[in-house]
Design a protein around this ligand. Structure first.
Ligand code: ADP
Ligand code: MG
Length: 876
C-alpha cells in the first residue's frame, strides 16, 4: 500500500506492527482495543467478534475488529490459549492534552509461555515456557522450563528420545529455539501437540551470553550453586529463556530466585504412553483432570500444594530414604487425625502466596493484594503454631523455616487501610498515622466539610438569605446556590457562574481559595500515596527470599497433609519396600474406579509377583471381566507407593521399580485404521528395548490389533522374550486363553484369571483374580448377550470345538488346520443359509444366479459375498 495514502493513525499502527510482525496488535483507541487487517480477521475468528471495515468506499478499505477495553482479560485469555502472541499498544498521553495524534506505545507483550499476570490463568496449573539448545541433536540437548508466574525454573540435559518425553510431561505453552533449523527439528519430533514455537535471537543462545544473563540475574560469579557450571547446553537454554522473558516485561524478575538442575535418573521413568494409559493427570475419556488419579488424590487446600502434588505424581522417587521420609510424615499426620483436620482448615485460608509473591517481586502487587497477603500471613502464623502438635522432628524444622513475619504484618497493618483500591494512582490506600504529611493533607480535606458548613452559616448571616447552600459538582467545582427569588440580595463580591431554572449559582473569592486548596491537596494526596506505595512495595520486595521459603514450606505441608487425609479417609495403608524383587498386594483397589462406584461395590484383589518364582502372570478372562482395571490398579499402586503416598490396599510390599511401562493393544474399532496396529507394535518394541530387570511391565491385550493368529503368535513371542532376556516383573492380560499354555513351558510364568460364573446361558462377573487359566474364553456367550444371530453363535461353537481338538503348539496352528478353517468358514455358512432360502425364490438367490464369475476379481467376489451375508444376517 502506498504509504502516503495512509492516515496518520494507520502510519502509527504500521510502525508498531513492523516492530512486532509476529504478534497480534491490540491497538487502544479510546474505550476500545482495535485490531486491523490480518489481525482483525484472526481476532474476529477466535473471539467471535464482528469484523467491520473502515473507509468502506475507499480503494483500500481497512478490516477492523475490536472490543471494549474492560473486557481485555477475558479476550486475552482466549487469544493466549489459541497460541497467539499479543502486543498491547496503549495511548500513553491524555487524548485531551494531545496535540495532533495521541501518542501510543507497546506497554506489554504477552506470549503463551510468558504470562506474568495471574488473572489470565485458569486454575492452579503451571504455565511453562520451554527453551531448547543443542549443538548436535543426535548427542545431548539442553532443555529448560520456566514458569514466570511462580518463579519455577529448572533445566536438564538429555537425548533425543528423552526430550520428547520431557516435552510431553511439562506440556509447555511455548518453546523458544535459536534458529529456524531448530524449529524444523522440533517439528519432526513425534509430539501429539506442539507448543507455540518462537525463534528467539540466536545471540542470546550463545553460551557465553546466556551464562552472563544468568549470572547477572542471580548476582553471582559462578553458576556452581545451581549445578549449571558444567552443564553448558542446559545452562544456555536456561539463560536464553530468562533473556526472552526479560525482553518481554519491563519489570524486575526478583521472584525468579533460583534455577534447579535435575537429572532424569533421579526419578522413576514414566513415558508419555504409560502416563496416559494410567490416566495419571488426565482421563482418557474426558481428556480432563476429572476421572484421573490426580483428581482423586488431590486433596490439597492451596494452589501451591496442588501444583507440587502434580509434580510429585509425575516424578515418583527411586530413593527409599526419601520415600520413607514422606511416609513417616504422613503417618505422623494420621496419628493426630483431628489435628490434621484443623491444620487443613488453616491451610484452606491460604491462597496463592507464590503468585502474590511473584507480583511482589515484579513490583506489580497492588494494595488490595497486600491485604490478601497480610491475611495469608495471619493464617501462616496459625499454621506455624499448629505444627507443634505433631511428633516427627521435621515439624520443628518446618516451624523454624517458616520464619517470622511479625515485622511485615505490622508494617502492612500500619500502612494500608482495610479496604484499599486496586489502583495505586488514585489515593485511598493508606491508613491514618502512617505518614504525617499524608495525614496533614487528609486533614485539609476532612476539615473541609466543617469549613463549608461554617462558610454556609457565615454567608447566610451576612446576606440574610436563609436557604443559601454551598454545593459541589464535578464540572463547576464548588459554588454558592441562591434561589431566584433571593437574587437581589446577593452581594457584589459573588461572581455568577451558572443559571438554573429556579436558582443561580455563584462563586466567592473565599470559596475559590478553598477550592484550590482542596483540589491541590487531593492531587498531592494521590501523588504522595503513589510514591509511598512504590516505596513500601520496594521495601517488602526485599523480603522476597523469606516469602519464597514460606510458600515452599506451605506447599510441602499441604501435599503431605493432603496425602495423609486421603489415606485416613479411604483406608489406605503404608507400603513396605524390599530389596528383593517381589511385589505383593493384598486386597488392592483401583483408587479411581472405587471412587466412581457406589461404596463397597469394588472388589479388592491380590497380586503376587516375585522373581524367580513368578515373574510373569498371564491374566485371562472374558471381555468386561476386569482385566484392564486390574492391570492399571497395580500400576497406580506402584506409582503412589513410590511418590511416598499410602496405597488403597490392606498390605503392599514392593521393590523400587526404575520404570513402569503400560501398553494397551489397539482396539479394532478405532477409526484410524491399519496404523493403530503399527503404533501398538512401535510402543511394544520400545518396552522390549528399554525395560530392565527392575521394571514393571503391564501389557493389556497386546496383539489385539491384528488377526487372531498373528496376534496370538506375537503375544506369545513377546512374553517369551521378556521371560528370557528381560526378567522384568510382568502382567499380561489377554483374551487369548491359548496363552495359558506358556505356564507349562516356563517355570516362572503363572496363569491367573478373572473369575466368571455361568448361570443358565448368562455370565456373572465375580471380579476376583484367581490362580489358573480361564477354562474358556466366554467370547461366544458375550456375543450372544450382544444379540448376534443364533446361526452365527452355533457356527462359532463348531469352529471353537474344531480348534480345541487340535491342540495349539508354540508354533501356532498347523498349516492344515488353518487351511481347513479358512476354507470351511464361508462355505458352510453360506450353504446353510442358502439351503434355508432356496425354497423361497429369494431375490438374493436370483441375483447370485446372474453373476458372471469370469468378470469378478477375487476381492470383488469376497466383497460381494460379504454384502450378501450382511443382508441375510441383518434380516434375522
Ligand atoms: P476387561 O479389560 O476384562 O474387558 P475392564 O477392566 O474394562 O474389563 O472392566 C470392565 C468393567 O468392570 C469396568 O467398567 C469396571 O467398572 C468393572 N470392574 C472391573 N474390576 C472391578 C472390580 N474389581 N470390582 C468392581 N468392578 C470392577
Ligand atoms: Mg480390557
Amino acid at each position: 500500500m502506498d504509504d502516503n495514502k495512509l492516515t496518520p493513525m494507520l502510519k502509527q499502527y504500521y510502525a508498531v506492527k513492523e516492530k512486532h510482525p509476529d504478534k497480534l496488535i491490540l491497538f487502544r483507541m479510546g474505550d476500545f482495543y482495535e485490531t486491523f487487517f490480518e489481525d482483525a480477521h484472526t481476532a474476529s475468528r477466535i473471539l467471535n467478534i464482528t469484523l467491520t471495515t473502515r473507509n468502506k468506499n475507499d480503494e483500500n478499505p481497512v478490516p477492523l475488529a475490536g472490543f471494549p477495553y474492560h473486557a481485555l482479560n477475558t479476550y486475552l485469555d482466549k487469544l493466549i490459549k489459541a497460541g497467539l502472541k499479543i502486543a498491547i499498544c496503549e495511548q500513553t498521553e491524555d487524548p485531551k492534552k494531545a496535540i495532533g495524534l495521541v501518542k501510543r506505545e507497546v506497554t506489554e507483550i504477552i506470549t503463551p509461555g510468558a504470562v506474568l499476570d495471574q488473572s489470565f490463568l485458569e486454575g492452579n496449573a503451571n504455565v511453562f515456557l520451554a527453551s531448547l539448545y543443542y549443538n548436535d541433536p543426535q548427542k545431548k540437548i539442553g532443555l529448560a522450563h520456566l514458569d514466570i508466574s511462580t518463579g519455577d525454573f529448572l533445566f536438564t540435559e538429555l537425548d533425543n528420545e528423552e526430550l520428547v518425553n520431557e516435552l510431553q510431561r511439562f506440556r509447555a505453552a511455548e518453546l523458544i529455539v535459536d534458529s529456524t533449523q531448530a524449529e524444523e527439528y522440533v517439528k519432526t519430533l513425534p509430539l501429539e501437540t506442539l507448543p507455540t514455537i518462537t525463534v528467539f535471537d540466536s545471540w542470546q543462545f550463545q553460551p557465553q551470553e546466556a551464562i552472563a544473563t544468568l549470572k547477572k540475574h542471580f548476582g553471582v560469579t559462578t553458576l556452581e550453586p545451581y549445578g549449571a557450571h558444567n552443564k553448558l547446553l542446559g545452562a544456555t537454554a536456561a539463560g536464553a529463556a530468562l533473556a526472552y522473558v526479560q525482553g518481554l516485561y519491563n519489570t524486575p524478575f526478583n521472584h525468579i530466585s533460583s534455577l534447579r538442575y535435575y537429572s532424569l535418573s533421579q526419578y522413576m521413568q514414566l513415558d508419555e504412553i504409560s502416563r496416559r494409559n494410567l490416566e495419571l493427570v488426565r482421563s482418557i475419556r474426558y481428556g480432563t483432570k476429572y476421572g484421573s488419579l490426580l483428581s482423586v488424590i488431590d486433596q490439597t487446600m492451596t494452589p501451591m500444594g496442588s501444583r507440587l502434588l502434580q509434580q510429585w505424581l509425575l516424578h515418583p522417587l527411586l530413593d527409599i530414604k526419601e520415600i520413607t521420609f514422606r511416609q513417616d510424615i504422613i503417618q505422623s499426620f494420621i496419628d493426630k487425625s483431628s489435628h490434621l483436620k484443623e491444620l487443613r482448615l488453616i491451610l484452606k485460608e491460604i491462597g496463592d502466596i507464590t503468585r502474590l509473591v511473584t507480583r511482589l517481586g515484579s513490583l506489580r502487587i497492588n494494595p488490595r493484594e497486600l491485604i490478601a497477603l497480610k491475611s495469608y500471613l495471619y493464617s501462616a502464623r496459625n499454621l506455624q503454631t499448629k505444627l507443634s502438635t505433631f511428633e516427627h522432628p521435621q515439624f520443628a524444622v518446618w516451624q523454624q523455616n517458616m520464619g517470622s513475619f511479625e515485622d511485615i504484618i505490622a508494617l502492612i497493618e500500619k500502612a494500608i487501610n482495610d479496604n484499599p483500591p486496586i489502583s495505586i494512582t488514585e489515593g485511598g490506600i493508606f491508613a491514618k498515622g502512617y505518614n504525617p504529611e499524608l495525614d496533614e493533607l487528609m486533614d485539609i480535606i476532612y476539615d473541609g466539610k466543617s469549613w463549608i458548613a461554617r462558610l454556609e452559616e457565615d454567608e447566610r448571616r451576612k446576606t440574610g438569605i436563609n436557604n443559601l447552600k454551598v454545593g459541589y459538582n464535578r464540572v463547576f467545582g464548588y459554588y454558592i446556590e441562591v434561589s431566584s427569588a433571593n437574587k437581589n440580595k446577593v452581594p457584589d463580591y459573588y461572581i455568577p457562574k451558572q443559571t438554573l431554572t429556579n436558582s443561580e449559582r455563584f462563586i466567592s473569592p473565599r470559596l475559590k481559595e478553598f477550592e484550590a486548596k482542596v483540589l491541590s491537596s487531593e492531587e498531592k494526596i494521590k501523588n504522595l500515596e503513589y510514591e509511598l506505595f512504590k516505596e513500601l512495595r520496594q521495601n517488602l520486595a526485599e523480603s522476597l527470599p523469606r516469602f519464597q521459603q514460606l510458600s515452599e514450606v506451605i506447599a510441602e505441608l499441604d501435599v503431605l497433609s493432603s496425602l495423609a487425609f486421603l489415606a485416613w479417609q479411604n483406608q489406605y495403608s503404608r507400603p513396605v519396600f524390599t530389596e528383593s524383587r517381589e511385589l505383593h498386594i493384598i486386597d488392592g483397589r483401583h483408587p479411581v474406579i472405587e471412587k466412581l462406584m457406589e461404596s463397597d461395590k469394588f472388589i479388592p484383589n491380590d497380586t503376587h509377583l516375585d522373581y524367580p518364582e513368578t515373574s510373569i502372570a498371564i491374566i485371562t478372562g472374558p471381555n468386561m471381566a476386569g482385566k484392564s482395571t486390574y492391570l492399571r490398579q497395580v500400576g497406580l499402586l506402584v506409582i503412589l507407593a513410590q511418590m511416598g503416598s499410602f496405597v488403597p490396599a490392606s498390605k503392599m510390599t514392593l521393590p523400587v521399580f526404575d520404570r513402569v511401562f503400560t501398553r494397551v493393544g489397539a482396539s479394532d474399532n478405532l477409526a484410524q485404521g491399519q496404523s493403530t496396529f503399527l503404533v501398538e507394535m512401535i510402543e511394544t518394541a520400545n518396552i522390549l528395548h528399554s525395560a530392565t530387570s527392575n521394571s514393571l511391565i503391564l501389557l493389556d491385550e497386546i496383539g489385539r490389533g491384528t488377526s487372531t493368529f498373528d496376534g496370538l503368535s506375537l503375544a506369545w513371542a513377546i512374553i517369551e522374550y521378556i521371560q528370557k532376556y528381560k526378567h522384568s516383573l510382568t502382567l499380561f492380560a489377554t483374551h487369548y486363553h491359548e496363552l495359558t499354555e506358556l505356564e507349562n513351558l516356563y517355570p516362572d510364568i503363572k496363569n491367573y484369571n478373572v473369575a466368571v460364573k455361568q448361570w443358565n446361558e448368562e455370565m456373572i462377573f465375580i471380579r476376583k483374580i484367581e490362580r489358573g487359566g480361564a477354562d474358556q474364553s466366554y467370547g461366544i456367550q458375550v456375543a450372544r448377550l450382544a444379540g448376534i444371530p443364533e446361526k452365527v453363535i452355533r457356527r462359532a461353537k463348531e469352529i471353537l470345538k474344531n480348534l480345541e481338538e487340535h491342540e495349539i503348539s508354540p508354533q501356532g496352528l498347523t498349516a492344515t488346520i488353518r487351511k481347513k478353517l479358512v476354507r470351511d468358514v464361508p462355505q458352510i455358512d453360506i450353504f446353510e443359509i442358502l439351503a434355508d432360502k432356496a425354497s423361497e425364490n429369494d431375490p438374493i438367490i436370483n441375483e447370485i444366479k446372474e453373476i458372471d464369475l469370469n468378470k469378478l476379481s477375487p476381492i470383488e467376489a469376497f466383497q460381494y459375498l460379504q454384502k450378501i451375508q450382511n443382508q441375510l444376517l441383518g434380516e434375522k
